[in-house]
Design a protein around this ligand. Structure first.
Ligand SMILES: Nc1ncnc2c1ncn2[C@@H]1O[C@H](COP(=O)(O)OP(=O)(O)O)[C@@H](O)[C@H]1O
Ligand SMILES: O=C(O)C1=C[C@@H](OP(=O)(O)O)[C@@H](O)[C@H](O)C1
Ligand SMILES: [Mg+2]
Length: 160
Protein backbone atom coordinates (compact mmCIF):
# COMPACT_ATOMS: atom_id res chain seq x y z
CA UNK A 1 0.00 0.00 0.00
CA UNK A 2 1.19 3.55 -0.61
CA UNK A 3 2.92 4.76 2.55
CA UNK A 4 3.70 1.25 3.84
CA UNK A 5 7.42 1.89 3.52
CA UNK A 6 8.36 -0.04 0.37
CA UNK A 7 10.78 2.59 -0.94
CA UNK A 8 12.38 3.31 2.44
CA UNK A 9 12.65 -0.28 3.67
CA UNK A 10 13.54 -1.61 0.21
CA UNK A 11 16.57 0.68 0.04
CA UNK A 12 17.78 -0.49 3.45
CA UNK A 13 17.21 -4.13 2.60
CA UNK A 14 19.25 -3.72 -0.58
CA UNK A 15 22.10 -2.20 1.45
CA UNK A 16 22.02 -5.14 3.89
CA UNK A 17 22.05 -7.62 1.01
CA UNK A 18 24.61 -5.62 -0.94
CA UNK A 19 22.18 -5.77 -3.84
CA UNK A 20 21.03 -3.09 -6.24
CA UNK A 21 17.86 -1.18 -5.47
CA UNK A 22 15.28 -0.05 -7.98
CA UNK A 23 12.12 1.93 -7.38
CA UNK A 24 9.72 1.41 -10.26
CA UNK A 25 8.22 4.87 -9.67
CA UNK A 26 11.64 6.25 -10.59
CA UNK A 27 11.77 4.13 -13.74
CA UNK A 28 8.41 5.60 -14.78
CA UNK A 29 9.83 9.09 -14.16
CA UNK A 30 12.99 8.27 -16.10
CA UNK A 31 11.00 6.84 -19.00
CA UNK A 32 8.67 9.83 -19.29
CA UNK A 33 11.30 12.42 -18.28
CA UNK A 34 8.92 14.00 -15.80
CA UNK A 35 7.60 13.62 -12.23
CA UNK A 36 5.37 10.65 -11.51
CA UNK A 37 2.53 12.98 -10.64
CA UNK A 38 2.74 14.64 -14.06
CA UNK A 39 2.52 11.22 -15.70
CA UNK A 40 -0.44 10.22 -13.52
CA UNK A 41 -2.27 13.54 -14.02
CA UNK A 42 -2.49 12.94 -17.76
CA UNK A 43 -3.91 9.44 -17.41
CA UNK A 44 -7.02 7.76 -16.07
CA UNK A 45 -6.54 5.31 -13.21
CA UNK A 46 -6.62 2.36 -15.61
CA UNK A 47 -4.20 3.99 -18.02
CA UNK A 48 -1.79 4.64 -15.15
CA UNK A 49 -2.11 1.03 -14.00
CA UNK A 50 -1.35 -0.20 -17.53
CA UNK A 51 1.67 2.11 -17.79
CA UNK A 52 3.00 0.91 -14.45
CA UNK A 53 2.33 -2.70 -15.42
CA UNK A 54 4.20 -2.47 -18.70
CA UNK A 55 7.20 -0.83 -17.03
CA UNK A 56 7.34 -3.38 -14.23
CA UNK A 57 7.01 -6.22 -16.73
CA UNK A 58 10.01 -4.88 -18.63
CA UNK A 59 12.25 -5.42 -15.60
CA UNK A 60 14.35 -8.57 -15.60
CA UNK A 61 16.88 -7.76 -12.88
CA UNK A 62 18.43 -10.27 -10.53
CA UNK A 63 20.07 -9.51 -7.16
CA UNK A 64 17.95 -6.39 -6.97
CA UNK A 65 15.42 -5.23 -4.41
CA UNK A 66 12.51 -3.80 -6.40
CA UNK A 67 10.13 -1.37 -4.71
CA UNK A 68 7.00 -0.99 -6.80
CA UNK A 69 4.14 1.44 -6.42
CA UNK A 70 1.34 0.05 -4.27
CA UNK A 71 -0.97 -0.04 -7.29
CA UNK A 72 1.05 -2.72 -9.10
CA UNK A 73 -1.04 -5.38 -7.39
CA UNK A 74 -4.05 -4.85 -9.67
CA UNK A 75 -2.44 -6.47 -12.67
CA UNK A 76 -2.23 -10.25 -12.42
CA UNK A 77 0.28 -10.69 -15.25
CA UNK A 78 2.59 -8.16 -13.62
CA UNK A 79 2.39 -9.91 -10.27
CA UNK A 80 3.15 -13.22 -11.99
CA UNK A 81 6.18 -11.56 -13.58
CA UNK A 82 7.39 -10.32 -10.19
CA UNK A 83 6.81 -13.77 -8.70
CA UNK A 84 9.13 -15.24 -11.33
CA UNK A 85 11.83 -12.69 -10.52
CA UNK A 86 11.97 -13.43 -6.81
CA UNK A 87 10.21 -13.20 -3.49
CA UNK A 88 7.28 -10.85 -3.06
CA UNK A 89 7.20 -9.05 0.28
CA UNK A 90 4.05 -7.48 1.68
CA UNK A 91 4.69 -4.75 4.25
CA UNK A 92 1.55 -4.96 6.31
CA UNK A 93 0.78 -1.66 8.01
CA UNK A 94 -2.62 -0.82 9.43
CA UNK A 95 -5.03 1.65 7.92
CA UNK A 96 -4.57 4.36 10.57
CA UNK A 97 -0.85 4.54 10.01
CA UNK A 98 -1.31 4.60 6.23
CA UNK A 99 -3.82 7.45 6.55
CA UNK A 100 -1.39 9.32 8.81
CA UNK A 101 1.53 8.91 6.40
CA UNK A 102 -0.53 9.84 3.35
CA UNK A 103 -1.90 12.92 5.17
CA UNK A 104 1.67 14.02 5.95
CA UNK A 105 2.45 14.01 2.26
CA UNK A 106 -0.74 14.82 0.36
CA UNK A 107 1.23 15.35 -2.84
CA UNK A 108 1.91 11.61 -2.86
CA UNK A 109 0.31 9.95 -5.89
CA UNK A 110 -2.43 7.40 -5.49
CA UNK A 111 -4.16 5.37 -8.20
CA UNK A 112 -7.64 5.96 -6.90
CA UNK A 113 -10.93 6.14 -8.79
CA UNK A 114 -13.23 9.16 -8.49
CA UNK A 115 -15.46 8.73 -5.43
CA UNK A 116 -13.24 6.07 -3.91
CA UNK A 117 -11.80 6.68 -0.43
CA UNK A 118 -8.39 5.60 0.84
CA UNK A 119 -10.23 3.25 3.21
CA UNK A 120 -11.98 1.59 0.22
CA UNK A 121 -8.65 1.31 -1.55
CA UNK A 122 -6.94 -0.17 1.50
CA UNK A 123 -9.56 -2.90 1.94
CA UNK A 124 -9.75 -3.71 -1.76
CA UNK A 125 -5.99 -4.06 -2.01
CA UNK A 126 -5.39 -5.87 1.28
CA UNK A 127 -6.80 -9.09 -0.18
CA UNK A 128 -4.62 -8.79 -3.28
CA UNK A 129 -1.42 -8.07 -1.31
CA UNK A 130 -2.07 -11.18 0.78
CA UNK A 131 -2.80 -13.25 -2.30
CA UNK A 132 0.55 -12.55 -3.97
CA UNK A 133 2.87 -12.23 -0.95
CA UNK A 134 5.51 -14.88 -0.26
CA UNK A 135 6.50 -13.06 2.91
CA UNK A 136 4.28 -10.82 5.01
CA UNK A 137 5.99 -8.50 7.44
CA UNK A 138 3.87 -6.83 10.10
CA UNK A 139 5.73 -3.56 9.86
CA UNK A 140 3.54 -1.32 12.00
CA UNK A 141 5.69 -1.05 15.09
CA UNK A 142 9.13 -1.29 13.50
CA UNK A 143 11.50 1.33 12.19
CA UNK A 144 12.62 0.96 8.56
CA UNK A 145 15.96 -0.45 9.78
CA UNK A 146 14.22 -3.00 11.98
CA UNK A 147 11.98 -3.99 9.06
CA UNK A 148 15.03 -4.60 6.87
CA UNK A 149 16.76 -6.61 9.63
CA UNK A 150 13.66 -8.73 10.18
CA UNK A 151 13.30 -9.34 6.44
CA UNK A 152 16.91 -10.52 6.26
CA UNK A 153 15.96 -13.21 8.78
CA UNK A 154 12.74 -14.10 6.98
CA UNK A 155 14.30 -14.69 3.58
CA UNK A 156 14.72 -18.41 2.81
CA UNK A 157 18.26 -19.65 3.55
CA UNK A 158 18.80 -20.98 0.03
CA UNK A 159 17.68 -17.69 -1.49
CA UNK A 160 20.82 -15.62 -0.93
N1 LIG B 1 8.85 1.61 9.33
C1 LIG B 1 8.64 2.92 9.26
N2 LIG B 1 8.56 3.65 10.40
C2 LIG B 1 8.33 4.97 10.34
N3 LIG B 1 8.18 5.68 9.20
C3 LIG B 1 8.28 5.01 8.06
C4 LIG B 1 8.50 3.60 8.02
N4 LIG B 1 8.52 3.21 6.73
C5 LIG B 1 8.32 4.33 6.00
N5 LIG B 1 8.18 5.40 6.78
C6 LIG B 1 7.90 6.78 6.34
O1 LIG B 1 6.61 6.73 5.70
C7 LIG B 1 6.60 7.50 4.52
C8 LIG B 1 6.26 6.59 3.34
O2 LIG B 1 7.33 5.71 3.11
P1 LIG B 1 7.69 5.18 1.65
O3 LIG B 1 8.92 4.36 1.79
O4 LIG B 1 7.69 6.28 0.67
O5 LIG B 1 6.43 4.23 1.37
P2 LIG B 1 5.94 3.57 0.01
O6 LIG B 1 7.09 3.50 -0.92
O7 LIG B 1 5.44 2.23 0.43
O8 LIG B 1 4.84 4.45 -0.48
C9 LIG B 1 7.98 8.15 4.43
O9 LIG B 1 7.90 9.44 4.98
C10 LIG B 1 8.87 7.27 5.28
O10 LIG B 1 9.93 7.97 5.84
O1 LIG C 1 -0.58 3.00 -4.39
C1 LIG C 1 -0.75 3.74 -5.39
O2 LIG C 1 -1.86 3.89 -5.93
C2 LIG C 1 0.43 4.46 -5.93
C3 LIG C 1 1.57 4.49 -5.19
C4 LIG C 1 2.75 5.26 -5.56
O3 LIG C 1 3.93 4.58 -5.10
P1 LIG C 1 4.19 4.20 -3.56
O4 LIG C 1 3.40 2.97 -3.24
O5 LIG C 1 5.65 3.98 -3.49
O6 LIG C 1 3.75 5.37 -2.75
C5 LIG C 1 2.84 5.50 -7.05
O7 LIG C 1 3.24 4.37 -7.75
C6 LIG C 1 1.55 5.91 -7.66
O8 LIG C 1 1.34 7.25 -7.37
C7 LIG C 1 0.34 5.10 -7.25
MG1 LIG D 1 7.46 4.14 -2.87
Amino acid sequence: MAGAGKSTVGKMLALSLNWAFVDTDHIIEATYATRLQDVADKLTKDEFLDTEASIVQSIFFNRTVIATGGSVVYREKTMEHLAKLGIIVYLNVDLNLILERIAKNPERGLAIAPGQTIEDLFHERELLYKKYANITLDAKTMSPKECAQKLMKMLPENFL
